[in-house]
Design a protein around this ligand. Sequence first.
Ligand code: GRF
Length: 206
Amino acid sequence: MKKIAVFVSGNGSNFKCILEHISKSKIKAEVVCVVSNHSRPGAFLIAKKSNIPTHHVNVRQFKNGDEYTQYLLELLEKYNVDLVILAGFMKLIPAPVVRAFKNSIVNIHPALLPNFGGKGYYGMKVHEAVIKSGIKVTGVTVHFVDDRYDTGPIIIQKKVEVFPEDTAEVLAKRVLKLEHKVYPEVIKAICEDQIEVRGRKVVWHK
Ligand code: GRF
């Protein structure tokens, strides 16, 4: 059974959804810790209800980036983590952590990458930019994480329609609903070793 660390910055609705899938044994895995760059994200309350250890880890708590990286690596090692799930985590994962967890860190992005991704495209900003652009289709992307924002190998993409009367908030809700369907499916597949990475290409053996 894979041991999962979930990294969050906010509400943690994706985290909650994944936990529900685990508790119903739809995903055979264990969330061993939740990490956040914020001291009291909503996701920590969810974790505490399930007795999952939480860790507030912020680069500013450390003398330098190397110490931060070392701390993250030791934390993941302490919990014997196999898979890191980014669920709304806003910070870049340091390159040595990406190397140590090659193809074992996943992220969900609320648009169809490579559009509307990269630095500055987070949270509501993504949906605001989508609406401003006038495109008719946006969606959800789940991808493996590399040492840049939103550029790792894509595992799955699903579409969501954009309507002329949409506000960013309305669109965000529509996209989030799909996230809650797609992310657990991908995590289940990874936990069942159905996902193979060939360079930039990800193959799903169903
Ligand atoms: C989601 O929209 C996800 O795509 C993005 O951050 C948001 C997190 O939402 N990376 P939540 O904290 O899971 O509710």
